[in-house]
Design a protein around this ligand. Structure first.
Ligand code: ADP
Ligand code: MG
Length: 352
């Protein structure tokens, strides 16, 4: 049974960066404004994420790493909380099957923090002879998740990993993208023992500022911005779409994009795609948007595009598992066309 669990977990957690992505989303769901990541050996030895979010109640700790344990779906009609992929309560459980998982957490009402260790979905004692209860300890409000020895028991997964530096750069890439998408949240990433962070963002920033900080001035100075939706079809520049109230009707959607103009050229396209606040990939969308630039940029040159798309959770293909790289949703072609159109018009109008 544990072998099956391990294999299933390996399908969800592919590498340190995919574990990080799940944990980041948990931090953000918990309302954190500060997220600090510490990494040893590309996340294979240690991947630690500290947040200042709502914390986990002590009473919830015993079952935290059981499969399908989630605090995020209290009512059936609570659709806005469903993240994109019909995938609930699997991240921590999966991690506990392929790594050593520890959690330190404190809610505002608790007088001290609690620490718990998990193995194969269950709370375990920290040291031999101790009862498997959470242990009181010092700690700030919020949660620290500590993953050690990832894939220690799954040699095939371990051997599929690249070098520690390659895994670390994937971690930084995921963090960088989430930092752009969440400019109000401060992100820090450092190697364990290193005095200076490799990534550090302020809180209360805005997306263009985050892009400048993380991707550089040469991209940031050539950015255009559009925000638009299926209902109100317009290039109402600088008018943010409503946060937290995603599209409620089936078929309705909203999008916001920051993208480079004709002055910026890169060899490789940089594409950040968030659907319902989750970082995803869509080669179809990527190709379509790159094609918009074919009349704008010389051959071989590529743009930077950040695109945040909000669609009704019911319109996302729930049969596609979240870890499958490619995402699919209702009316994908129609939405892609409209986004391409809007970008095209915006690029055309600024070159006049
Ligand atoms: P899901 O996010 O789908 O609910 P997870 O396995 O990722 O499932 O997490 C299980 C539960 O653990 C969450 O529903 C949440 O209650 C709690 N949790 C995990 N990480 C955090 C965190 N950083 N802050 C607060 N609660 C958390
Ligand atoms: Mg989660």
């Amino acid at each position: 049974e544990s072998l099956i669990n391990r294999i299933a977990a390996g399908e969800i957690i592919h590498r340190p960066a995919s574990a990080l992505k799940e944990l980041l989303e948990n931090c953000l769901d918990a309302g954190s404004t500060s997220i600090r990541v510490t990494v040893k050996d590309g996340g294979m030895k240690l991947l630690q994420i500290q947040d200042n979010g709502c914390g986990i109640r002590k009473a919830d700790l015993p079952i935290l790493a059981e499969r399908f344990t989630t605090s995020k779906l209290s009512t059936f009609s609570d659709l806005s909380r469903i993240t994109t992929y019909g995938f609930r309560g699997e991240a921590l459980a999966s991690i506990s099957h392929v790594a050593h998982l520890s959690v330190v957490t404190k809610t505002k009402t608790e007088t001290c923090a609690w620490k718990a260790y998990y193995l194969d979905g269950a709370l375990v004692e920290g040291k031999p002879g101790q009862t498997p209860d959470p242990k009181p300890c010092a700690g700030n409000d919020g949660t620290t998740i500590i993953i050690e020895d990832l894939f220690y028991n799954t040699p095939t997964r371990l051997s599929a990993l690249r070098s520690t530096s390659e895994e670390y750069s994937r971690i930084l890439d995921v963090l960088t993208k989430y930092a752009v998408h969440n400019p109000k949240v401060s992100f820090v990433c450092k190697k364990a023992g290193s005095p200076s962070p490799d990534l550090s963002t302020p809180s209360s920033s805005e997306i263009p500022q985050a892009i400048r900080l993380l991707y550089g001035h040469s991209i940031a100075k050539d950015l255009l911005h559009v925000a638009f939706s299926s209902k109100k079809k317009a290039e109402n520049e600088d008018e943010d779409m409503e946060e937290d109230s995603g599209p409620q009707d089936s078929g309705s959607w909203a999008a916001e994009a920051h993208f480079t103009n004709a002055n910026y050229q890169s060899k490789k396209m940089i594409f950040l795609l968030f659907i319902n606040h989750r970082l995803v990939e869509s080669s179809r969308m990527k190709r379509a948007l790159e094609a918009v630039y074919s009349g704008v940029l010389p051959k071989g040159a590529s743009p930077f595009i950040y695109l945040s798309l909000q669609i009704n959770p019911r319109d996302v293909d729930v049969n596609v598992h979240p870890t499958k790289k490619e995402v699919h949703f209702l009316n994908e072609d129609g939405i892609t066309d409209q986004i391409s159109d809007t970008l095209q018009r915006s690029l055309a109008s600024q070159s006049n």
